[in-house]
Design a protein around this ligand. Structure first.
Ligand SMILES: [Zn+2]
Length: 438
């Protein structure tokens, strides 16, 4: 990919006008479900001639189909258009300490096949070989012709390095720091690979597969191995210079708080992240017993995967809380209060209208966190006099990063919006841009 603005170059030869009108039209059709050409003119502001041309090309490419007629309102009945959901597919992969989740989605972002493989090799080369085999068998399992698979989206725990790859990885994934993961997986699968962090991928997944409107200014708050947030501003992902925008796990909530792995003190993640919750649970024998945590040192390095990862142990503490264990519940309520402070800070800074709680941690513990976050925003969100902030749990919290990673491919292939066209930003060095635009 070598840092080009359009990862696969599929749209590189087309004039920008076509790429962007096509992108906008396709996105409106996707979001609307079904819509007429007249509806597209009204929604996009393009001329009837432009809509006619763009729609004809989308139909020729098999991406859009005519699907019947709108209710007659006395005049000529309007032909309705819809996304041809089975015309293209994308692979989404979420690589985390607990294992690897693979999904295959159709053009609409709906999951058509999914598999989770716990564990994995600590050796990136071996891991990539195994991932390529899983991807091939996933595609084969649903009988999708290879040419219909647009690419592989790969969601990893951030932070990302400028220009792709992981850097400054969380402690348990240090071996991956210098490894060119996206290029290696691309070579092994023969498919274009786009890389993003798990929180941003989750935000895009919410947007693409429904629930979040096309012009929304919203954040997906992600709790998995760590804590993060992905941002969509007016329907466009905001990634920052290096793909690391939205790192609410490293907002300082206590200046003299505990040291964080990032080098700062008192970060949300150090106070309230899954590892901090698990450590506190281990320190209380009653809670540790209720959650079924064994007696090993929580800081000892474990193999990737298996029951001992922070995410799995956090889920065990959360389940104990949900079963009614008071000690476990108190720990999670503490964590939720800190997370709520970080979420309020993010909402204040970005003037958000909607927040989705997602990620594997919140798939289990979301019902404990949701009311605390809601209450904090109702009580103290800065612009509450002007508007509220809607908070909800993701309908696909556990699989959100993988689904979002697939959406990253759909988006980068079919909706090649360049961030620079929508969000003013300085781009002194195009080659240093992250490979993913969405
Ligand atoms: Zn930190």
């Amino acid at each position: 990919m070598s840092g080009s603005e359009e990862p696969t170059g599929r749209t590189g030869g087309r004039p920008a006008f076509h790429a962007n009108s096509r992108a906008a039209v396709l996105d409106v059709i996707r979001a609307a479900g079904t819509i007429s050409r007249v509806g597209l003119v009204e929604t996009t502001g393009f001329t009837g001639a432009t809509i006619s041309t763009v729609v004809r090309r989308l139909i020729d490419d098999g991406l859009v189909v005519e699907t019947g007629h709108a209710e007659s309102t006395g005049g000529k009945r309007r032909v309705l258009l819809a996304l041809n959901r089975s015309s293209r597919y994308a692979v989404g992969v979420h690589l985390d300490q607990g294992g690897v989740t693979y999904v295959l989605t159709n053009l609409g972002g709906a999951v058509v096949a999914r598999v989770f493989r716990p564990g994995g090799s600590p050796d990136p080369e071996i891991m990539v070989g195994g991932m390529a085999e899983e991807i091939a068998s996933l595609i084969e399992s649903v009988g999708v012709a290879g040419g219909r698979v647009l690419g592989v989206g790969l969601a990893v725990p951030g932070p990302l390095a400028r220009g792709g790859g992981m850097r400054l990885t969380p402690p348990a994934m240090r071996r991956w720091e210098a490894f060119p993961l996206d290029r290696a997986l691309g070579a092994a699968t023969g498919l274009p690979v786009v890389l993003d962090n798990d929180a941003t991928a989750s935000a895009l997944g919410e947007h693409w597969s429904g629930g979040v409107g096309g012009t929304a200014t919203f954040a997906a708050v992600y709790l998995g191995t760590g804590i993060g947030a992905g941002l969509l501003i007016n329907g466009v992902t905001y990634r920052g210079v290096s793909g690391n925008a939205g790192e609410i796990g490293h907002i300082c909530l206590r200046a003299d708080g505990p040291e964080c792995w990032c080098g700062a003190r008192g970060c949300t993640e150090a106070l309230a992240g899954p590892a901090a919750v698990v450590e506190a649970a281990r320190a209380d024998p009653a809670v540790a017993a209720a959650a079924g945590l064994n007696g090993t040192d929580g800081r000892a390095e474990r193999p990737r995967g298996g029951p001992g990862t922070p995410a799995a142990e956090f889920a065990a503490v959360a389940r104990a809380a949900l079963r009614g264990d008071a000690g476990a519940r108190a720990l999670l309520e503490d964590s939720a209060r800190y997370l709520a402070l970080a979420v309020r800070t993010l909402a204040n800074v970005m003037d958000l209208e909607e927040i989705v709680l997602t990620g594997p941690g919140l798939a289990v513990a979301g019902s404990l966190y949701l009311p605390v976050v809601e209450e904090e925003l109702n009580r103290a969100f800065f612009a509450r006099g002007a508007h509220g902030v809607a908070v909800r749990l993701s309908e696909s919290a556990a699989g959100a990063p993988a689904i979002g990673a697939a959406a990253l491919v759909l988006r980068s292939e079919l909706v090649p919006l360049r961030e620079g066209l929508r969000l003013p930003e300085k781009l002194p060095d195009a080659a240093a841009r992250p490979p993913v635009t969405s």
